[in-house]
Design a protein around this ligand. Structure first.
Ligand code: 0X9
Ligand code: ZN
Length: 295
């Protein structure tokens, strides 16, 4: 089964695709089972490796925000490319999680196309869910605005999806070099930190690698993603996944990619945009991996 790029895939279809990919490529691919979401859906990632011991590794997750449907096809494209190219597997081991928020993603198919958060109930409130990208255990900041789209949860890692990702990142810190969260939209390559405009320790390297990636995207698409410190270029955040991966010391390079598709169609692009968006961002992600592994 090949991934579809002419239509969006439901959660069950994406997971079936992951399982079939692992089964069909036993020498290269293995399942990364991160456990269950709040509603009991499996968080299934994939590891692609040449099997050599001691390799560095890179991580990609997609659709931690439920409605950002253009993201999972990007993760599936990464899987396709790395399966097809041994040189990419010689660079690093690749970990890819196509749907990081399966409950929210499923709900965005069945009930509310623009759902963003997880689906864990908030005791004492009718408003459901936590913003998973405010729930990571790095400078997590409490509030009780349950109905907010950026409600950070009852505690850091209150969301099992975030805890699972965070624990995996921490457990693999020795090999991990790069963390990438794929979001939409905005044509942005964001790097830490989200909580301060003070430059991160290796901010110059983060910006340089991001610029190499943006150049590679511009070369194929004519679209120039802008490379920014998150807090300075976007807005202030606490508890985001990229800041956790970086701030915990697990990775030296950490990014959030905000894909193309501005304006009204941003969160709800037509299926005809999947292929062009995936085609433009893949060269940028490849260039990012090549650069960060070489530096
Ligand atoms: O606000 C977010 O979580 C991300 N934007 S989105 O429109 N996809 O919701 C941006 C997160 C960027 N990273 C940090 N601020 N650390
Ligand atoms: Zn997002």
């Amino acid at each position: 089964r090949v991934a579809a790029y002419d239509r969006f895939m439901e959660f069950e279809e994406i997971n079936a695709h992951v399982l079939e990919t692992v089964a069909a490529n036993p020498d290269i691919a293995s399942l990364v089972d991160l456990g269950l979401s709040t509603e009991g859906r499996e968080l299934l990632g994939i590891k692609l490796s040449n099997g050599a011991a001691g390799q560095k590794s890179v991580w990609f997750d997609c659709a931690i925000h439920a409605r950002e449907w253009i993201a999972p096809p990007v993760c599936l494209r990464i899987i396709d490319e790395v399966l097809a190219d041994p040189a990419l597997r010689d660079l690093a081991d690749w970990y890819i999680l196509p749907v990081a928020n399966p409950d929210g993603y499923s709900f965005s198919w069945t009930d509310d196309r623009f759902w963003r958060k997880t689906r864990r109930p908030n005791p004492g409130s009718n408003c459901i869910g936590t913003d998973p990208n405010r729930n990571f255990d790095f400078l997590w900041e409490a509030n009780d605005v349950f109905c907010s789209e950026t409600y950070p949860g009852s505690s850091a890692f209150s969301e099992p999806e975030c805890a699972a990702i965070g624990n995996f990142i921490t457990a693999n810190a020795d090999s991990l070099i790069l963390y990438v969260a794929v979001h939409s939209y905005g044509e942005l390559i964001l790097y830490p930190y989200g909580h301060t405009v003070e430059p991160a320790p290796n901010a110059a390297d983060l910006a340089a690698a991001g610029t190499v990636s943006a150049d590679a995207i511009a070369a194929v698409a004519g679209t120039r993603y802008s490379v920014e410190n998150s807090a300075a270029g976007l807005y202030f955040t606490n508890g985001a996944s990229d800041d956790f991966a970086y701030g915990s010391g697990a990775v030296l390079y950490s990014y959030t990619y905000e894909l193309s598709g501005g304006g009204l169609i941003g969160f709800n692009p037509p299926p005809s945009l999947i292929q062009p968006v995936v085609d433009e961002v893949w060269p940028g992600l490849k260039a990012l991996v090549e650069y960060t592994l070489a530096n």
